[in-house]
Design a protein around this ligand. Sequence first.
Ligand SMILES: Nc1ncnc2c1ncn2[C@@H]1O[C@H](COP(=O)(O)OP(=O)(O)O)[C@@H](O)[C@H]1O
Ligand SMILES: [Mg+2]
Length: 248
Amino acid sequence: MALLEVEHLTKNFGGLSANQDISFSVQKGELVGLIGPNGAGKTTLFNCISGLYPVSSGRVIFDGIDITFLKAHDIARRGLARTFQIYVASGDLNVEENVMVGCFMRTPSTAKARDRARHVLRELNLSDLSNALVSELPVAAQKRVTMATALGSGPKLLLLDEVAAGLNPNEIEDIMINIRHIHDDLGVTVMLIEHVMELVMNVSDRVMVLDYGRKIADGNPKHISKDPEVIKAYLGERFVREHKEVLT
Ligand SMILES: Nc1ncnc2c1ncn2[C@@H]1O[C@H](COP(=O)(O)OP(=O)(O)O)[C@@H](O)[C@H]1O
Ligand SMILES: [Mg+2]
């Protein structure tokens, strides 16, 4: 049984179809990349899966249960966590407190939530920042804190929305190490939206491509990067030329 099954999902905003008849499944243990041009419907798909937006039609099955009409909070409690593309730091919280917000999904006890937050921060090499105010951190660290907060909620499936956008190569490397650790060592199934191709092609077992709300490709990274339709819609000839060594 797949961990996530999305069946014929459509999401319309007035006359615009942001997601059109999208079907796919994610197996437990997979790391799936989701790419496509701006406005292709990637974030909308995450919003529909995580219960933030009601779908126009279609179904979402998570861990054997139809979650299509559940509230976002119930879905999170069942083990589906996500980060947001536009990060809004939570007021005056420091890093540890911010991560505790995620941990309260698993325990009502402040002491246990704090222990759990400390553990998660250690796992992601963020302990040094525990007492820093989230709003005063550089963007790269904030992105990693959002991952830690999501991880604190104890997800089976983690949806990451552009966690590497706008970061420099060293910061991307740190994020990549965090993602690999979450997936490879902590056993969390991951789906990630990403424009940084070095990251997405490197870590993903499988890559899905959206264009104008439709799924136009789904396969292993090497296969995807040679797909003429994907190159035309998104990657471009230049990308293929410049990344020959990664792709062959
Ligand atoms: N809440 C909303 N209301 C109206 N239109 C929206 C909303 N969210 C997204 N859209 C539209 O849906 C399309 C897909 O957006 P989005 O999912 O954010 O794309 P991506 O994440 O791939 O860049 C865009 O045309 C966007 O303007
Ligand atoms: Mg987006």
